[in-house]
Design a binder for this molecule. Structure first.
Ligand code: ADP
Ligand code: MG
Length: 238
């Protein structure tokens, strides 16, 4: 059985390498090269067809590219980053022992909770540990759980607080950073907080930045945090 699993994973890795990002053939999740746990989680959550931003973004995300994504509220940006997060850690055979693999920053507690709920739904068949870091509990309580998490969804202020004050907090292994609602993160005055967080993280990583609008502040943040990004945006028909 172990050999079978290894072969399946090698196949999946090959299929992802073979993705042709110029073809937009990937209109259903079933057509994408996805692991069984993600495919099953999406199906159980009744997600079948990709939205436009997902069609444009997910193939690049799976291939490991940085992404600067813009699409209005309600267009499905959450899955556009959560699917690559789950898949890219899975293909790296990420386990509990590997520590923090992905950090997802969201401007508000409410939005962070929403992302976490979607992650729990579509990630239900994965074995990753995932946590919310949004304050509301004592730092000490959060701290104890932090060290065991593979994926964290957090608000910027609280995350930086842990980076500064939690001695055992480790992000040396981090593979992916997601900045969701980057325009709101900037509008809420988190610019220097996010800069400081990014400073703490390994430079070798994949970064996915999503926002509803493209503003000067967002492009400033993109310049600081992304490397050679793919630009994906969905414009409304005029
Ligand atoms: P955004 O972050 O762009 O505002 P969300 O990720 O919150 O958008 O998604 C908006 C709504 O669309 C949610 O209710 C979500 O469940 C739904 N949705 C997202 N992707 C799909 C999909 N591929 N198929 C059906 N519904 C989807
Ligand atoms: Mg969103």
């Amino acid at each position: 059985k172990r050999k079978r699993d290894e072969e399946d994973l090698d196949n999946l890795i090959q299929q992802v390498q073979d993705i042709n990002v110029r073809e937009s053939d990937y209109d259903t999740f079933a057509r994408l090269p996805l692991s069984q746990p993600t495919a099953s989680g999406l199906e159980a959550s009744h997600f079948k067809n990709l939205t436009d931003i997902q069609k444009k973004g997910i193939p690049h995300g799976l291939k490991g590219s940085d992404i600067l994504g813009a699409a209005k509220t309600g267009s499905g940006k959450t899955l556009a980053f959560l699917v690559p997060v789950l898949e890219n850690l899975y293909r790296k055979r990420w386990t509990d022992l590997d520590g923090l693999g992905a950090l997802i920053l969201s401007p508000t507690r409410e939005l962070a909770i929403q992302i976490f709920e979607v992650l729990r739904k579509i990630g239900r068949y994965h074995t990753f540990s995932a946590g919310l870091v949004i304050g509301g509990k004592s730092l000490q309580e959060e701290r104890e759980r932090l060290g065991r998490m593979n994926i964290l969804v957090c608000t910027p202020g609280r995350m930086l607080q842990h980076m500064d004050q939690t001695a055992a907090f480790e992000s040396d292994n981090l593979q992916m950073l997601v900045l969701d609602e980057a325009d709101r993160i900037m509008d809420m005055g988190f610019q220097s907080t996010v800069d400081a967080i990014v400073e703490h993280l390994p430079k070798e990583r994949q970064t996915l930045l999503f926002s509803a609008t493209q503003t000067k502040k967002v492009s400033d943040l993109a310049r600081l945090s992304l490397r050679d990004p793919e630009y994906v945006s969905v414009h409304e028909a005029a």
